[in-house]
Design a protein around this ligand. Structure first.
Ligand code: AMP
Ligand code: GLY
Length: 434
């Protein structure tokens, strides 16, 4: 069979690499892809939001299955478009993708389904929001435990965590008056600020059966020790020992099951990857947000550990027969992914630098260098994005996986390349079952 992967980041390179391993797959196309997917598969130059062109490509090239990486095409309805054209595609419909595309939709669904999440209030106008915070916290302006969030997609930047009245008012102004996030801020939420460690818990579902995937943790801040600005994610590892088996099972029952049921009751059955960003608060796990796709970079260490044929799993989901899936096999070894970024990221960054040392890194055992912001120029990989590579490695322990990943990082260089040095730190030792 032939498969089409939509997207161009590290997550999509990992999906491509894994799908390519299936003995049933002949060709993998990636739209638009990067330098890494160009060598592992075949890139096609079509924009992920050009549904008509993608569908017509899929038809002309006998694509049997399309897999969507990023949220933008899902929220814009790529799955509905392909389904109307009777093309098989993995991911949620536009209606179901609102779980990520609209935080107001998500929070209202969580509330109605009784899923634990922070208290929240919805606003359309800044005046009502100012009035609300003054009324509630006017007497304690130095202690205002709130988060102000845009309703719509804002590339992970639309959540403004606040501690004082001044910060809350500034956040409301940025979203609703300066309109820094454009239409994403047409509606906005004020949420209670929670505290605790965060974990990325993903599940794959056909709308009926839910298969929980091993937990991962994402290092979102730019610099070591969790300092600096937020990024798309500077690294991740899996499994993350911050959450134990019992709590994962609890989240399955109390977070994923009621959410999937509520979506079904609302006639928006959810099929695809459901990713819960959980905060492990002293009162138990609470949902911070849902994403409707694999996390990036969480996908890279996760798929590095998956031993079962991913295409078999995706096809069972599409057939609504996930319940028939026998055991899923995971490499017992942990995996870590270190993101190598371009100089300047997450602000304006350098582009167009030639990347050296990729062959030496590729030859290291238990290591895979996934490309993100790269492109081929005259047969050479050059930087073209902020997050450039996701250097991913397995190891007998987290410490060993970390050593393997950073050994590969040392082989790779370009002008201004940098990465966090502490990915996976803070983790407890994981006992590797044989
Ligand atoms: P979100 O886009 O909703 O996932 O938020 C991005 C980040 O903001 C999360 O990963 C958290 O670190 C932080 N955050 C979001 N909501 C809350 C909350 N209610 N309390 C504390 N931190 C939050
Ligand atoms: N790594 C966080 C995300 O994919 O949204």
């Amino acid at each position: 069979m032939n498969v089409l992967v939509i997207g161009s980041g590290g997550r999509e390179h990992a999906l491509t690499w894994k799908i390519k391993q299936s003995p049933r797959v002949q060709k993998v196309f990636v739209a638009p892809g990067n330098a890494g997917t160009a060598s592992d598969a075949e890139n096609i130059d079509i924009d992920p939001l050009n549904f008509a062109a993608l569908a017509s490509f899929a038809r002309q090239h006998a694509v049997d299955l399309t897999v969507v990486g990023p949220e933008a095409p899902l929220c814009a309805g790529i799955v509905d478009h392909f389904q109307q054209e009777r093309l098989k595609i993995f991911g949620p419909t536009r209606a179901a993708a609102q779980l990520e595309g609209s935080k107001v939709f998500c929070k209202q669904l969580l509330r109605s389904a009784g899923v634990p999440t922070a208290d929240f209030w919805v606003f359309h106008k800044p005046a009502a929001a100012f009035e609300f915070v003054e009324e509630r916290f006017g007497e304690t302006p130095m202690d205002v435990p709130l988060v102000v969030k845009t309703d719509g997609l804002a590339a992970g930047k639309g959540a403004l965590v606040c501690f004082t009245m001044e910060e809350v008012k500034k956040a409301i102004r940025r979203i609703a008056i300066d309109r820094e996030f454009g239409d994403a801020g047409n509606r906005f939420l004020i949420e209670a600020r929670l505290s605790g460690p965060e974990v990325s818990l993903m599940a794959i579902t056909d709308g009926q059966t839910i298969l929980m995937l091993p937990p991962a943790q994402d290092y979102k801040r730019a610099y070591d020790g969790d300092r600096g600005p937020n990024t798309g994610g500077m690294g991740a590892y899996c499994p993350a020992p911050v959450i134990d088996e019992e709590t994962i099972a609890w989240a399955g029952e109390n977070v994923f099951v009621p959410t999937i049921h509520a979506m079904k009751r609302a006639r928006m059955p959810f099929q695809g990857i459901l990713y819960a960003g959980l905060m492990l608060t002293p009162q138990g796990p609470k949902v911070l947000e849902y994403n409707v796709r694999f996390g990036d970079p969480e996908c890279q260490p996760l798929l590095m550990r998956l031993q079962t044929d991913l295409v078999d799993i995706l096809e069972l989901v599409l057939a609504g027969r996930l319940a028939e899936l026998q055991d899923v096999a995971w490499d017992p070894r942990p995996a870590i992914c270190v993101v190598m970024a371009a100089e300047g990221y997450p602000n304006d960054y350098r582009k167009g630098d030639t990347i050296r040392g990729l062959e030496t890194a590729a030859a290291l055992p238990d290591t895979k260098v996934f490309h993100a912001g790269t492109k081929l120029v005259n047969g050479q990989a050059v930087t073209s994005g902020g997050r450039v590579l996701g250097v991913t490695a397995l190891g007998s322990s987290v410490a060993n996986a970390k050593l393997n990943a950073y050994t590969a990082v040392k082989e790779i260089r370009w002008q201004g390349a940098w990465c966090r040095k502490d990915i996976s730190d803070g983790s407890l030792p994981i006992a590797v079952k044989s």
